[in-house]
Write a protein that binds this ligand. Structure first.
Ligand code: ADP
Length: 257
């Protein structure tokens, strides 16, 4: 059967996706969604065909980060993802009422994740990034069970409290034989007007933790007020000229290999 196209299983829309990478974090608020969205834009800029699936049921950020409020359309029973900044984008936020609290039990979360994996018409992609909720819960288990994950990238700040939770995330992926592609340190430092660095959450903690875990350390993203501002404005900084774009490009080159 070599060389013949794969027959699509009912509802299976991931057959054209070469690699599915979960972006995870131990804690919320470490910048996982910001990093995932900018990484997707940077990966697309390197010429990859990229999709991003925001599966953070309890706090979807992609509609804000990409400045897209409209619900996606349907075609032949499949959800057509939005396209922005060279990236195909789908968020659970477009399917649920953003103003209402989401109080879903495990099976509902798992059902929604499965549906997002199978009902979105991704077409041909080199990389699909999945922005997962913080911690290790039903969404992660559901993704692992789907057996479609090629690997996971973990985002953490250098702070010990965040690192402790990150170690648990690494352990879950390893227990389930999902390759940990590496650790990204976010909010690593703040550059002062005199050029010196303020290590607000401690210095080099994520690199040390990565070494101790024998996981690749992929790089650091400093704290940039412009990164926060660009996120709120709905235009990822990676799509503009900024030192942060270069950092995201470097990360994209490592992850896209
Ligand atoms: P998470 O997905 O881990 O909960 P978010 O991506 O929502 O975190 O980021 C939390 C907040 O921190 C947001 O307001 C975001 O704009 C901001 N942020 C994230 N990374 C940075 C950074 N490197 N510099 C400045 N602000 C950042």
């Amino acid at each position: 059967l070599k060389g013949k196209p794969k027959i699509e299983a009912a509802g299976e829309t991931l057959t054209g996706v070469k690699s599915v990478i979960a972006v995870a974090s131990g804690k919320g608020g470490v910048g996982k969604s910001t990093v995932a969205a900018n990484l997707a834009v940077a990966l697309a800029a390197t010429g990859k065909r990229v999709g991003i699936l925001d599966a953070d049921i309890y706090g979807p950020s992609l509609p804000t980060l990409f400045g897209l409020k409209d619900k996606p359309t349907m075609r032949e029973g499949k959800i057509v993802p939005h396209e922005a900044y060279g990236v195909k984008a789908m968020s659970i936020g477009w399917l649920v009422d953003q103003e209402k609290a989401v109080a879903w039990r495990g099976p509902m979360v798992m059902g929604a994740v499965r549906q997002l994996m199978t009902d979105v018409d991704w077409g041909e992609l080199d990389i699909l990034l999945i922005d997962t909720p913080p911690g290790t819960g039903d969404t992660h288990l559901s993704l692992i069970q789907s057996k479609r994950l090629s690997g996971a990238v973990i985002v953490s700040t250098p702070q010990e409290m965040a690192l402790a939770d990150m170690r648990r995330g690494v352990a879950l992926f390893r227990q389930t034989k999902t390759p940990v592609l590496g650790i990204i340190e976010n909010m690593a430092w703040l550059e002062m007007p005199d050029g010196s660095r303020q290590y607000i959450f401690g210095e080099g903690g994520a690199r040390k933790a990565a070494n101790a875990l024998e996981a690749p350390f992929l790089g650091s993203i400093p704290l940039y007020p412009e990164l926060r501002q660009a996120s709120d404005e709905g235009m990822p900084l990676a799509a503009r000229e900024h030192p942060a774009s270069d950092s995201f490009k470097e990360l994209a080159e490592k992850i896209g290999k």
